[in-house]
Each structure stands twice: as structure tokens, then as C-alpha cells.
Design a protein around this ligand. Structure first.
Ligand code: DX5
Ligand code: ZN
Length: 223
């Protein structure tokens, strides 16, 4: 399978979202990555379901909704109704993660679990076959434009090994500080989905960066 590119709309121009959505719609990108921050799980607030609903109208590709919020189980239904196709919750925010994953699946959305940089991937061992996606944070969640944490690479390799051993189809998504400088290494390590915020939207040629990210590893298919 070829890898997927998910531009993170947190870095888009909120005074003209339509323009940035049109660019992504016309590009080779696969998903829109949508960051929800509550000012509690992370020290920043982004936006809520009404904006997601607006984004859904503009998007011609699936919405990959990343919930950086406490008690996500309270809002899963609303985000699904707003248009989320993939819903990812944080391991660190869910005391009853198995139940929360089942709750996401019951809405018909794909279920993801995200791990903060300090959270070991081994903690996913008893859940890996139940989830569609495992998101590894490669920066501390809360802000776009941060520096990639290189310790993520061995985590990707470990997680990939676990997935292969279990014969599972879980996708590995990497989020934070991803761009042309590290995409190839991530794909070689086993990543399937690359989230890219600043490296796409702050570039002079955003569509060109998406095209390049999509092309990496084309010959050597890493995943
Ligand atoms: C960080 C968010 C990321 C962020 C990525 O908390 O989860 O999705 O938008 O932005 P960049 O690619 O700029 O690091
Ligand atoms: Zn994110």
C-alpha cells in the first residue's frame, strides 16, 4: 500500500479556508487532518464541531479528526455527526480506552489512538488489532510548527514490528514536525500516514510540497 498524506488544517489560512481546502482537494493529498484542542488536555484551544461541519462541506476528502481533549467519549457522536471519517483519541485521555474505541467504531467512523511522545508503543499491545490507526505524536501536542522529535523513529519501527507480528492492518500515522526533511526516514521505518501542517501551508508552493511528499518512496514502496 502506498502512503497517505494528511495536511493539517491548523496551519491553514482561517480567513480563507475555502482557498486552502480547494488546493488540498485538487492535490494528491488523501485526508484533511483536523486538530481539536480543548485547553485542558493540551495548553491551547482550536475549534469545535461547528467548524468541523463547515470544513466537511468544503472537503472532498475524508476528515481525519484528532481529538486532543479530555473525556473525548462525551463528544464522539457529535464529531461524527459533524463529518469526521476517522476519529482519534489520546491514550492518555482515556481510562476506558477499549470502550471508547468500540464507541467510535459503533458510529461507523474509523478508530484511532494517539500516543504522546513519552508514551511507549508497547502500551498498544492489547489493543492493536482493534484499532484502524495508531497516531504517534512526534511533537508535544498543542501547537503546530514545532520541531520533530527524532526519538519517534525507533518508536515507529517497534510499532511496525508489533503490527506485522499480529498480522494487523492498523495504519501508523505520524503527527508533528513532518516535512520533506524527514518523510523518507519515517516511511522507511514503517509509517503509513504523514500529517503535515506548517511544511505544507507555510510553503511558497503548498501543492508542490504535497506532490513531493506523496512521491517519496514511490519506487521502493516502503509500507
Ligand atoms: C499538534 C497537532 C498537529 C499539528 C501539526 O498538536 O496535532 O497535527 O497541526 O503541525 P506541524 O506539521 O506544523 O507540526
Ligand atoms: Zn494532529
Amino acid at each position: 500500500m502506498t502512503h497517505l498524506i494528511a495536511p493539517s488544517v491548523l496551519a491553514a489560512d482561517f480567513s480563507n479556508l475555502q482557498k486552502d481546502f480547494d488546493m488540498v482537494n485538487a492535490s494528491g493529498a488523501d485526508w484533511f487532518h483536523v486538530d481539536i484542542m480543548d485547553g485542558r488536555f493540551v495548553p491551547n484551544i482550536s475549534f469545535g464541531m461547528s467548524i468541523v461541519k463547515t470544513m466537511k462541506k468544503m472537503a472532498k476528502k475524508p476528515l481525519d479528526v484528532h481529538l486532543m481533549i479530555v473525556e473525548p467519549e462525551k463528544y464522539i457522536g457529535q464529531f461524527r455527526e459533524a463529518g469526521a471519517d476517522v476519529i482519534t483519541v489520546h491514550y492518555e485521555a482515556c481510562p476506558h480506552l477499549h470502550r471508547t474505541v468500540q464507541q467510535i467504531k459503533a458510529t461507523g467512523a474509523k478508530a484511532g489512538v494517539a500516543l504522546n511522545p513519552h508514551t511507549p508503543v508497547q502500551l498498544l499491545e492489547d489493543l492493536i488489532e482493534d484499532i484502524d490507526l495508531a497516531l504517534l505524536m512526534s511533537v508535544n501536542p498543542g501547537f503546530g510548527g514545532q520541531k520533530f522529535i527524532y526519538q519517534t523513529l525507533p518508536k515507529v519501527r517497534k510499532l511496525k514490528q508489533m503490527i506485522v507480528e499480529r498480522n494487523s492492518r492498523t495504519l501508523i500515522e505520524i503527527d508533528g514536525g513532518v516535512g520533506l526533511q524527514n518523510a523518507e526516514k519515517l516511511l522507511q521505518a514503517g509509517a503509513n500516514v504523514l500529517v503535515a501542517g506548517s511544511s505544507v501551508f507555510k510553503a511558497d508552493d503548498p501543492a508542490g510540497v504535497i506532490a513531493k511528499l506523496k512521491k517519496i518512496g514511490e519506487q521502493g514502496v516502503y509500507v
